[in-house]
Design a binder for this molecule. Sequence first.
Ligand code: DGT
Ligand code: MG
Ligand code: MG
Ligand code: MG
Length: 269
Amino acid sequence: MANSKYEYVKLFEQPDSLLPNVWIVVRVDGRGFHKFTQKHDYAKPNDDRGLNLMNRCALEVCKEFTDIVIAFGESDEYSFVLKKQCTLFERRESKITSSIVSYFSSQFVYRWKEYFGDFELKYPPTFDSRAVCYPSDQNLRDYLSWRQADTHINNLYNTAYWALVLKGGKTPNEAELELRGTLSEQKNEILFSRFAINYNNLPQMYRKGSVIYRKMVAEERIDSRTGQPTTKQKKRPITKRTKNNDFGGKNRKKKGDVDDDVWLWSTIA
Ligand code: DGT
Ligand code: MG
Ligand code: MG
Ligand code: MG
C-alpha cells in the first residue's frame, strides 16, 4: 500500500554510503575461531585444509564481486580491496559488507567437504565484517603491510609455542612463560637449536599469508586488414573469457563466465 500511514518508518533508515573515490577494504574474520578450530581438530599452528578452504571462499568472493582488485588472507580473516571507482550498491556500507561476508560464509559451509572430506562440520561458523576506507595508495599499501606483519608475528610466536608444547613436552603455561618478552631472533633460535626447524623454510602461506589478484593477460588485437595479430598489445585484467586468452581456450565458456584461472592465489614473496 503506497503512501500508507506506515511509510514514515523508512525515514528511520540511516544513509551509510562510503566516501567516493577512496579504496574500500572489507575484512571478514571468523567469529570465535579459537573454539571453532579446536572443535574441528585443526592442525596447530596451521591447518592446510582450513587455510585452503579460506582461500577458496575468498576466490569465489572475488569472482562474484568484480570490483575487488586484490585480496589478502591469513588465519581466520580475509581482506578484500574494492577499487576506488566502485559503485556497488551505491557504495552503501552495510549492503557491501553484509553481502560479501554472507557469500563468504555460505561458501565456507558449501565447500567444507571439498577440503575436510568426511570430517563433519559440527556447527555453522560465523564471520563478521567491516569496511574501512583508505584515501591514498600509500595508506592501502600500509594496510596490507600491517596485516602481513600481523601474520608474521603471530605465526612465529605460534610456531615456537606449539613446538615447545607438542615436541618439547612443555605445558601451555611453561611455553608461554618461556616465550614471554622474547625477540624474533630468540624464537628463531629456539626453533632451530631445539627442534631443528628453520623458520624461513616453512611454507610461505604460513609465514606471509595468501594473496588473490587478477591475472593480467596480453590482449591480442587482430588487424582487420591483414587478419594477423597487431604488434601493439595492451595489458589488461581479464574478468571473463574472451576470444583471445591464455587459458587454453578449448572449452570456451559463455560470455560473462569467470574462470578459476583468471584469479591466482599465491603467497607474497
Ligand atoms: P573473534 O575473532 O574475536 O571472534 O575471536 P577468534 O577466536 O576468532 O580469534 P582471532 O580471530 O583473533 O584469532 C583466530 C583464531 O583462530 C586463533 O585462536 C587461531 C585460530 N586459527 C586460525 N587458523 C588456524 C589454523 O590453521 N590452525 C589452528 N590450530 N588454529 C587456527
Ligand atoms: Mg575478530
Ligand atoms: Mg576471529
Ligand atoms: Mg582473526
